[in-house]
Design a protein around this ligand. Structure first.
Ligand SMILES: [Ca+2]
Ligand SMILES: [Ca+2]
Length: 386
């Protein structure tokens, strides 16, 4: 076997029975080589069919060489055995054996894509690998925005527009309008399918309309016009209305401090506080969260996560705590929301020297304790404190 089950993309290929044949075929050839037997002539074309916009494998794509046809796995044909979510799993894998002698063109088609024809010469000594990238024929639209169900944006909060596919960014920038007029900065992600607009200059408690004109185009060679009304037909504008909130004059509220009581239950504890909103990460330093033994700082790592509208600060001591000593945890008073409302005063917890008798004695991993549940989440910020 050549792949790892822990690699999700690999695992989704392993579900395909011809993928197993491909691996078995390779193994068979290795044995022939070992025995000094000449490899019989090969006539197999194989590869992966993907979406050119996002490199995602395509389910139900049809690959054919003359009368030999292979349809890539779909939720209905295979993946329903492994997932209850259609579209959750995909491998885009095709495998055409016994290619007719006069076969020299691979034709690939899929619903919602332009067909593709690739000329090839079959390799009679090995697999003929041909990966195919199909171009979507579906005109672009707005897939989602960061404007919530309440249709409210807080000035200072980023306004994020996620497009359904890679855009011709200039064509969007030149026709995107916000009314009433306001100065903003727009920045694109590297893929060119997500635009982030700054809202620092937006007025409070004001109704805004954002329009993307129908002439905005995707970045494919076809340059489809915008489908702002989602009917599948290109050539109409996208319009969204939202209001801005009142000025934020409220400091972050803190909940779910751990440890909750005055005893650590572990010798490698995770110290954690949950805040009601996102924090200004530019203010983080080695005094944001402190664990002290007397006047001595305990070294460790401060880690910041955002979860929905909330945020979490964790501190992981990098040394084992001493069960016979008193510790003090301090969260800095300069911890602030993103518009400068700080919590004001140091928040602290005194931890008594008697550790819980069942204290766990192993190093903590990066786990997020939130609302009583443990999750593994990649942190946004990690600061080492020596
Ligand atoms: Ca339309
Ligand atoms: Ca606030």
């Amino acid at each position: 076997e050549s792949g790892f089950h822990t690699n999700p993309r690999q695992q989704q290929k392993n579900l395909n029975s011809e993928w197993k044949r491909l691996e078995a075929q390779s193994f068979f050839w290795v044995m022939l080589e070992y025995l000094g037997v000449e490899r019989p002539p090969v006539s197999i074309a194989t590869g992966i069919i993907t979406d050119s916009d996002n490199d995602e494998p395509i389910n139900g794509a049809i690959a054919s060489v003359l009368d030999s046809v292979y349809t890539t796995d779909t939720f209905e044909s295979l993946f329903n055995q492994y997932s209850s979510i259609p579209g959750d799993l995909k491998n885009g894998f095709y495998y055409i054996e016994n290619i007719p002698e006069n076969g020299s063109e691979l034709i690939v088609q899929a619903e919602g894509y332009y067909p593709d024809t690739t000329a090839f010469v079959v390799d009679t000594t090995d697999f003929t690998f041909i990966d195919v990238s199909l171009i979507s024929s579906i005109p672009p639209n707005v897939a989602s925005t960061s404007i919530g169900d309440d249709d409210i944006i807080s000035p200072g909060e980023e306004l994020v527009i996620q497009f359904s596919r890679k855009m011709n960014t200039t064509s969007v920038d030149s026709v995107l309008k916000i009314s009433p007029e306001v100065m903003y900065n727009g920045s694109w992600n590297s893929a060119g399918d997500q635009l982030t607009i700054t809202t620092n200059n937006f007025e409070f408690v004001t109704n805004y309309t954002l329009t993307i004109d129908s002439t905005a185009r995707d970045n494919s060679i076809y340059g489809h016009l915008f489908d702002g009304n989602y009917d599948g037909v290109a050539g109409d504008s996208y319009v969204v209305q939202f209001a801005t909130s009142q000025a934020d004059i409220i400091s972050p509220e803190i909940s779910d401090i751990y440890p909750t009581n005055t005893q650590f239950s572990e010798l490698w504890p995770i110290i954690s506080a949950t805040f009601s909103e996102h924090l200004d990460t530019s203010l983080f330093d080695d005094s944001t969260v402190e664990l002290r033994l007397g006047s001595t700082l305990v070294p460790g790592q401060t880690v910041y996560y955002t979860v929905g509208e909330k945020s979490v600060l964790n501190f992981f001591p990098s040394v084992r705590l001493d069960p016979g000593k008193n510790y003090k945890i301090e969260f800095s008073g300069s911890i602030s929301d993103t518009v400068g409302n700080s919590i004001g005063s140091i928040l602290w917890r005194q931890v008594d020297k008697h550790l819980h008798p069942d204290a766990r004695d192993r190093e903590s991993s990066w786990k997020l304790f939130l609302w009583g549940r443990e999750k593994t989440v990649e942190p946004q910020i990690a600061l080492n404190i020596e």
